[in-house]
Design a protein around this ligand. Structure first.
Ligand code: PLP
Length: 355
């Protein structure tokens, strides 16, 4: 891929936000990557240009019929000052899977990854150095063909923007309180739950707003058909430490296949721990929470890495998990994964990619 590069003059570049003042997705770097697609010519016009507004026809298909997908990955600055990506190839594969599901075009994953690395290289001053901070990369693809009608568009735009981020949760690495909703669902079997597509997040807003109003950090989603099986927590995958096993719902089509989820599973197996990917009912979880057989519960995702759950609220009852404290296992996964990401632990699985 030939990437045309147009750099902003030094004098017009932004001041960096102070690294103590980073939240999530608030600041954006000076440049972005863009590439167009037309059905008859394929991908073309790959370029890195100053960050700025798009010009879109009001009839652009993404604005009406939701052909829009995204990814999220982070670049980490280690103590050795090297910048690393974590399992970025998996993000490229998942982008292509989401594209396939939404009838959008495939991208060459090696070329896109190379483009992301080039962009991060140009923007390296934006990779913060403080512990727990990183530069979040948001690749996304939207349908830009101007027409009204329900069919796959013939034109697309792929872009990558970069945002320096601090810790995801305001509470920091502290257990969160979760509202189990049996009223709303995130995704249905046979639907698009396993695609990182924009509409899934719009669909989730109502439930999470209601949970927040009631003082909870996030929603735990149950399956759409029976409202019995646990699916995910907010925009994270979910894990339980039940008796002697690490249990997570199996990928069923309605669950987003998280890369952090897969990393936790692989690490756990590598450590010789008992791991189960299986359907898990909310009743089993709550029963076991009552008799202390539920030892830990945590969410996994790129944004938070590991987010310990301290309490589950279901049908008017509160179930405390591990006395509301962060468990040893959650801590161990967090330490291992962040240790790898910041280049402080041995990369036995070859997950890290130095830019
Ligand atoms: C992105 C996402 C996850 C986590 O995926 P990671 O690859 O671990 O970041 C989990 N659930 C949903 C709904 C997501 O959008």
């Amino acid at each position: 891929m030939d990437i045309e590069i147009e750099l902003l003059p030094e004098s017009e570049r932004k001041d960096l936000p102070s690294s103590s003042n980073l939240s999530f997705g608030k600041h954006f770097s000076d440049h972005m990557f863009l590439m167009g697609y037309k059905a008859d010519t394929g991908w073309h016009n790959a370029r890195i240009v100053p960050y700025g507004n798009f010009s879109l026809d009001p009839a652009s298909a993404c604005l009406h019929y939701g052909q829009a997908i995204f990814e999220g990955l982070k670049a980490y600055r280690g103590k050795d000052d090297k910048i690393r990506l974590f399992r970025a190839v998996e993000n490229m594969d998942r982008l292509n899977h989401s594209a396939w599901r939404m009838c959008m075009p495939q991208v060459d994953k090696d070329e896109l990854l190379q483009a992301i690395k080039t962009l991060i290289q140009i923007e390296k001053r934006w990779v913060p150095g403080a512990k727990g901070t990183s530069l979040y990369a948001r690749p996304f693809m939207i349908a830009t063909e101007a027409f009204l009608g329900v069919r796959p568009a013939k034109e697309y735009l792929l872009s990558v923007i970069l945002s320096p981020v601090g810790a995801y949760y305001v509470e920091g690495f502290n257990p969160v309180k979760i509202f189990v909703t049996d009223k709303y669902v995130r995704a249905v079997s046979g639907g698009v739950g396993e695609a990182k597509t924009a509409g899934n997040y719009a669909a989730s807003l109502m439930a999470s707003e209601k949970a927040k109003e009631l003082g909870f950090t996030q929603v735990l989603w149950l399956d759409a058909a029976e409202r019995r099986y646990v699916e995910e927590v907010g925009t994270m995958n979910i894990f339980f430490f039940l008796e002697d096993a690490i249990v997570t719902p199996e990928l069923s089509g309605s669950i987003l296949p998280g890369i952090t989820r897969d990393s936790v599973l692989r690490l756990a197996r590598g450590w010789g721990l008992k791991v189960e990917e299986r359907p898990i009912t909310i009743n089993e979880v709550l029963e076991k929470a009552k008799n202390k057989a539920l030892k830990e519960c945590f969410g996994t995702g790129t944004a938070a890495v590991i987010s310990p759950v301290g309490a589950l609220y279901y049908k008017g009852e509160n179930y405390s998990v591990n006395g509301g404290k962060t468990g040893d296992l959650a801590q161990r996964f967090f330490d291992e994964i962040t240790g790898l990401q910041y280049g402080e632990r041995e990369d036995a699985y070859g997950w890290m990619d130095i830019i």
